[in-house]
Design a protein around this ligand. Structure first.
Ligand SMILES: [Zn+2]
Length: 128
């Protein structure tokens, strides 16, 4: 399961950072997930909770922020697609299709996706 291995990675990172800071607990974690990352946040959070059980991160509040996709073009145009309606962005498949059909608003050329696939641990709040 994709989300489970990602949750493992996040958990290991969180624990490493907590240890570096001699933390007694992890209060909150903020993740940034690209809308094109093919990650199901519910599954990710569920996997994380399972992993964190019995650890100092067991009570951590996990927040998820979504990163809108961005595109760039050979002409130098780059933009973020944050004006996509939730309806369009409802499923990853339709979002990917939507972007694939997009032409550069400047030159009409074919754009490529330059962002929106990331998974980043943005902040970790620990208890000393
Ligand atoms: Zn262009």
């Amino acid at each position: 399961m994709h989300e489970y291995s990602l949750a493992c990675e996040i958990f290991e990172n969180v624990m490493a950072i907590a240890q570096e800071n001699n933390a007694s607990g992890v209060r909150s974690i903020t993740l940034k997930i690209g809308r094109l990352a093919h990650i199901n946040p519910d599954q990710l959070l569920f996997s994380f909770e399972t992993l964190a059980e019995g650890s100092i991160a067991k009570d951590a509040q996990v927040n998820v922020e979504f990163v809108p996709p961005s595109i760039e073009c050979e002409c130098g145009y780059s933009g973020t697609l944050d004006d996509i309606s939730d309806e369009t962005a409802d499923t990853e498949t339709s979002l990917c299709e939507y972007i694939a059909r997009m032409n550069c608003p400047v030159c009409g050329g074919i754009t490529k996706i330059s962002g929106g696939r990331e998974l980043i641990i943005q902040t970790i709040e620990v208890e000393q």
